[in-house]
Design a protein around this ligand. Structure first.
Ligand code: 5AD
Ligand code: SF4
Length: 475
């Protein structure tokens, strides 16, 4: 499975193909090598030409033909299907989960993108936007719950563009929306939108955590913020890809918003969802970036203090608007220096924010397993994710078996914080509902005095695990 979004991602695949070729030629292994996904879409001919490294090339909308392609490919025939589709969503294909201990899952709700940001290859490798019908998403979420999944991330290139037009036909006009929904959400013409989808997904099981990525900041409706606030199981975490902090740069990137508009969205999100965690994507060194534009990005990182950030040096991609009309003229050394400055500013701002706001609070952590490292004084630690999506390491009191906590929600008192993670001490097993009831208003993480003794009393025996398994099959 490949990605084409930056050149670095593709270079890794070429190196892996060389390895596989060596396994075939030097070790005599009988392999069929397939390249799937966006790089296959973009480089079909190059992949087929390169000294028979590859037997099967299959683009992101052609996976249904994989059995056929695999049957056709042999020593003398390379095969490819990179047809893009206007309506493929794989709605009826339920992924097979081979690892029963998995506690989180990703679920694609829409595919493609119509935005055409100047730097981005996605519209060319993934095609135009199309949404998966709401019912098939809700059904899959229900099945995932039955399989023991505790956290679902809804995925799409631009989830705010989600629009299920089939549902309107299926349900008829004026069909019943989720209870309580009409008061906070203005129905738009032409289909069910993302805020409605997530409202329904959240209703499947109040003990299933829901995340989503990525929304596009330019069309971020307040309705969605209200829905997030209304559901304790929708994480109070938003990914808002800023890409740059400079209005002139954002214009060149064709993002459709200014620095001020982005900052007012941040303000709105923070006002409507107290303690909301924010993450972002940033590109350093896009075409024509001046030092002043770069400094605007640095100051954005400082001013917003994102909880997490994914920061990249720009790499020119074929077919994009930038490739056709602009020059990749920021020297590599300047790009990497600017990227390093952005990264340093981000971690610095995040660290002081986490230390100021999170140390001393209790966080609800979904435990995913034993931590890779022990504490400095040699104590064993377990790890999981807070609602903010920050990694949390925690120690356990004597007699509490860490393994019994995997896949459960626990309360952790935070003692230390860095820019990327938190550490603390286990305070007890909890549940989303219990924890949120103790931490009203939404997002005000409870301190010891606010919640004691609720989660502390619920040490992990199977009977005391509230909500985590008992309600998992509820609809
Ligand atoms: N160069 C560098 N980063 C890019 N991204 C998208 N295209 C490019 C590119 N050509 C980044 C954006 C996007 C994230 C998924 O990848 O920040 O949000
Ligand atoms: Fe790419 Fe995202 Fe812009 Fe779509 S919205 S073109 S996926 S950066």
């Amino acid at each position: 499975m490949t990605c084409a979004i930056r050149d670095g991602a593709e270079q890794k695949i070429w190196a892996r193909l060389d390895q596989l070729k060596a396994m075939r030629t030097k070790q005599g292994l009988s392999l069929k090598v397939g390249v799937l996904g966006c790089m296959a879409e973009r480089l079909r001919d190059k992949l087929l030409d390169q000294g028979k490294l590859v037997d099967v090339v299959c683009g992101p909308d052609a996976y249904r033909s994989l059995p056929y392609l695999l049957a056709l490919a042999d020593e003398n025939h390379q095969v490819a299907n990179v047809m893009l589709s206007a309506d493929e969503t794989y709605a009826d294909i339920m992924p097979l989960r081979l690892d029963p201990s998995q506690i989180s899952a990703h679920l694609s709700i829409m595919r493609g993108c119509n935005n055409m940001c100047a730097f981005c290859i996605v519209p060319f490798t993934r095609g135009t936007e199309r949404s998966r019908p709401i019912q098939s998403i809700v059904d899959e979420v229900r099945k995932l719950c039955e399989q023991g999944i505790r956290e679902v991330t809804l995925l799409g290139q631009n989830v705010n563009s989600y629009r299920d037009t089939t549902a309107i036909n299926a349900l008829g006009l004026g069909s019943d929306l989720a209870p309580g929904f009409s008061t906070i959400y203005k129905r738009k013409d032409g289909g069910l939108r993302f805020a409605e989808l997530i409202d329904r997904v959240a209703a499947v099981d109040p003990e299933l955590r829901i995340r989503f990525t990525s929304p596009h900041p330019k069309d971020f409706p307040d309705d969605l913020l209200h829905v997030i606030r209304a559901h304790p199981n929708i994480c109070n975490q938003l990914h808002l890809p800023a890409q740059s902090g400079s209005t002139t740069m954002l214009q060149r990137m064709r993002r459709g918003y200014s620095r001020d508009a982005f900052l007012s969205l941040v303000e709105r999100a923070r006002a409507l969802i107290p303690n909301v965690a924010l993450s972002t994507d940033i590109i350093a060194g896009f075409c024509g970036e001046t030092e002043a534009e770069h400094q605007d990005t640095v100051s954005l990182m400082r001013d917003v203090a994102f909880d997490q950030a994914f920061m990249f040096a720009y790499s020119m991609r074929e077919k994009t608007f930038a490739h056709r009309h602009m020059e990749d003229n920021v020297p590599a050394g300047v790009k990497s220096r600017r990227l390093a400055e952005i990264i340093a500013t981000h971690y610095d701002a995040a660290k002081s924010k986490h230390q100021r706001m999170l140390v001393g609070t209790w966080q609800l952590v979904l435990v995913d397993g034993k931590a890779r490292r022990n504490t400095k004084d040699g104590r064993e630690q377990y790890a999981g994710r807070a609602e903010s999506n920050l990694k949390v390491h925690f120690t356990l009191p004597d007699g509490v078996m860490g393994e019994s906590l995997v896949g459960k929600y626990v309360a952790v008192e935070v003692h230390t914080a860095s820019g990327a993670s938190l550490s603390g001490e286990f305070r007890g097993v909890s549940s989303i509902r219990e924890f949120h009831a103790a931490s009203e208003p939404r997002g005000m993480t409870p301190t010891a005095s606010a919640v004691a003794p609720a989660p502390v009393g619920a040490l992990p025996t199977a009977e005391r695990v509230v909500g985590a398994t008992a309600s998992s099959a509820s609809g």
